[in-house]
Design a protein around this ligand. Structure first.
Ligand SMILES: Nc1nc2c(ncn2[C@@H]2O[C@H](COP(=O)(O)OP(=O)(O)OP(=O)(O)O)[C@@H](O)[C@H]2O)c(=O)[nH]1
Ligand SMILES: [Mg+2]
Length: 319
């Protein structure tokens, strides 16, 4: 059965079909940030055991799971309960994903619903023949019990996903020390939103420089564990240097296996600059890294360039 993508308006024929699923509270908040940015290029699904939270979220589809088990009030940190709720809804989840080539799965680790249901979504995506790519945030160090709870389940999610982009809330706190926790989450949601919408856009929509789906797949395959880097600057060397300095995972990325880099900018984003960005990225990430670059020209007036990237093949010692 083919999923109906018509609610997104124009799906570009022959282009990969992308679905983004936000699981649990954190995943739902991120979907809320992403939804408007990907209208027309990807389908968004919010999945939760918490009915009140789902009501506040913007998404193409909303799935309330485990109503009979939780009364629609969330899983209260109980991962096993969330896993059962998601298993019960597996057919509906699979039906929503059917027809997709790629499924981004977003969740905050350490609670119940996001941690448990993301595993079932990844497994349903595989069953449906789609490529599951998970983007997960790890709890702050002070959320101690949550961090421990996340471990085993995360391993299962990593095994089921083609690649898992791990982001640490603690690194976020280091990058934006003046932000309170709510603002820090908003920053994280915006970063993930930019990453997913930029990469999807370069895959699906004619861009200044498109990302080829098969190339992207081979970069994803080159390393199970991934992280994200980002920066903004007018100057190309600083743009790459700043991004490489701040991986959202406490691991070195200088011997990464691959990277999917996206750059956006105004009229000043020339082919020559893109060439230099690629050169710089190769010298920072290692000559052997398989790097692909996508770019989009936007309507900004300034010469500032924005770069976001998924860097694969990092942090393997964490597992
Ligand atoms: N990026 C981001 N992370 C969040 C946000 N809210 C919570 N988190 C992180 O995600 C972890 C899991 O929290 P939630 O997503 O609220 O938990 P849940 O999956 O809904 O689990 P239950 O409520 O127990 O069913 C927390 O420990 C936080 O570290 C958010 O809005 N954005
Ligand atoms: Mg919740």
């Amino acid at each position: 059965m083919t999923a109906d993508f018509s609610d997104n308006g124009s799906f570009y024929s022959g282009r990969p079909r992308v679905t983004v699923v936000g699981c649990g509270g954190a995943g739902n908040n991120t979907i809320n940030s992403i939804h408007l940015n990907v209208t027309g290029i990807a389908r968004t699904i919010a999945l939760n055991t918490d009915a009140a939270h789902l009501l506040r979220v913007r998404a193409d589809r909303k799935l309330l799971i485990g109503r009979g088990m939780t009364g629609g009030r969330g899983a209260g940190g109980n991962v096993q309960l969330a896993l059962r709720a998601a298993e019960e809804a597996r057919d509906s989840i699979r039906k929503e994903i059917e027809g997709s080539d790629m499924v981004f799965i977003l969740a905050g680790m350490g609670g119940g619903t996001g941690t448990g249901s993301s595993i079932v979504v990844a497994s349903a995506a595989r069953e449906a023949g789609a490529l599951p790519v998970s983007i997960v945030s790890m709890p702050f160090a002070f959320e101690k019990g949550r961090k421990e709870r996340a471990g085993d389940y995360l391993r299962e999610l990593v095994n089921l996903s083609e690649s898992t982009v791990m982001l640490e809330n603690d690194r976020l706190a280091a990058a934006f020390p003046d932000q309170n926790m709510h603002n820090a989450f908003t920053v994280m949601d915006t970063l993930i939103s930019d990453l997913v919408s930029n990469v999807t856009s370069a895959l699906v929509r004619p861009s200044l420089l498109n990302i080829n789906y098969s190339d992207m797949r081979s970069v994803m395959r080159s390393g199970k564990m991934a992280t994200m880097i980002f920066s903004e600057n007018e100057d190309v060397p600083s743009l790459v240097r700043d991004a490489v300095r701040l991986p959202m995972l406490q691991q070195s990325i200088c011997d990464a296996k691959g990277a999917i880099i996206h750059v956006s900018g105004g009229k000043s984003l020339t082919l020559e600059k893109m060439h230099r960005i690629l050169e710089q990225a190769h010298s920072s990430l290692g000559r052997c890294a398989n790097i692909i670059l996508g770019a989009r020209e936007d309507d900004r007036e300034s010469a500032v360039l924005s770069m976001t990237a998924i860097v694969t093949g990092v942090g393997t010692d964490a597992f």
